[in-house]
Design a protein around this ligand. Structure first.
Ligand code: GUN
Length: 319
């Protein structure tokens, strides 16, 4: 192995057999984040007898949410955390959800509280988020945390997990490619509070020139064509076409969309497959580095949730 490819691999990227840009291996990089988090949790336990505690609240029976919540519990246990899942029926009143959040706010064994979204329609998600103590808001959705990030104080905030994980992938790719992020044109497609807006703040903090494009942006293809860095977070399967990607760009695909596959499975059900917001086959031929779907940003989100929970436990212990 050449020295250069050893460096690329140690950063969690690999060269595709079929040619094209480097693949940013989110699964591998998430494992290194989880291992560091587990080591940090072990140290906190040894030095201060404090075990990081994460409480996940699920209201209703949404199957995708059930899968996510189960993975979060498993990851917490793998890091040596105390992990609680509170599953409430879809008919639970808003007052009861708020009461549970207040109880978790007051519980010293809990350092991180995550209320899985979406919530049933009769519950005001904003109200629930604003009831979580900002000090335990490991999702980073509370206005206090969004505000700290917006004023350039990410070290005092909790940064939302998906953009924080995306940023690590981008930094690894930039290092592997030996490029500096400062001064680069970054285009984010999508303006959500969970991904697009916090991602813009993080890219700005890394001295990129940032554009947030969205559903009303005119000439989206032309905007994306200017980008040295593309972050796609629109939730529309393969919307970003391969020929929109500037040769040599770094592409971070946040989308996870289930679409029809080919044929039927063993049980006779039509097969489905996961695709991102970017046309991977086309984009990977032009990008210098790109995240795959699945196995890119997805695993980073859970890993950063664990990292945020450890941060919260460390802050609570230092207070
Ligand atoms: N639903 C989908 N993604 C998320 C997330 O990151 N946090 C929460 N709380 N709910 C979600």
């Amino acid at each position: 192995m050449s020295e250069q490819s050893a460096t690329i691999e140690s950063l969690g990227l690999r060269r595709p057999e079929a040619g094209g840009g480097l693949i940013i291996d989110g699964k591998l990089i998430s494992q290194s984040v989880l291992a560091e988090t587990a080591a940090g949790a072990a140290e906190l336990l040894l030095k201060h007898r404090v075990r990081p505690g994460l409480a996940v609240v699920l209201v209703g029976e949404d199957p995708a949410s059930q899968v996510y919540v189960r993975s979060k519990g498993k990851a917490a246990e793998s890091c040596g955390f105390h992990s609680e899942q509170h599953t409430l029926p879809a008919t639970t009143s808003q007052a009861d959800v708020l009461a549970l959040v207040e109880k978790l706010n007051a519980d010293p064994a809990i350092h991180g509280i995550l209320v899985q979204l979406p919530l049933p329609a009769h519950i005001d998600a904003t109200k629930v988020i604003e009831t979580i103590s900002p000090a335990k808001d490991v999702d980073g959705f509370h206005p206090v945390n969004a505000g700290l990030l917006a004023i350039g104080e990410p070290a005092r905030a909790f940064v939302p997990c998906t953009p924080a994980g995306s940023m690590i992938l981008l930094q690894r790719a930039a290092k592997a490619l030996k490029v500096d992020l400062a001064g680069r044109d970054a285009v984010i497609v999508g303006r959500s509070n969970i991904v697009g807006k916090p991602m813009a703040q993080l890219l700005l903090a890394a001295n990129c020139t940032v554009t947030i494009a969205h559903s009303r942006t005119r000439d989206l293809a032309d905007v994306v064509r200017r980008a040295d860095i593309v972050v796609a977070a629109v939730g529309r399967p393969e919307m970003i076409r391969g020929d929109w990607i500037k040769p040599g760009a770094i592409v971070i695909d946040v989308g996870i969309n289930r679409v029809a596959g080919q044929g039927v499975d063993a049980a006779g059900k039509p097969r489905t497959r996961l695709v991102g917001d970017v046309d991977y086959a086309g984009a990977s031929q032009r990008a210098a580095a790109i995240t795959p779907v699945p196995g890119g940003v997805g695993p980073m989100t859970i890993a950063l949730l664990m990292a945020n929970t450890l941060t919260s436990a460390n802050r609570a212990t230092a207070r």
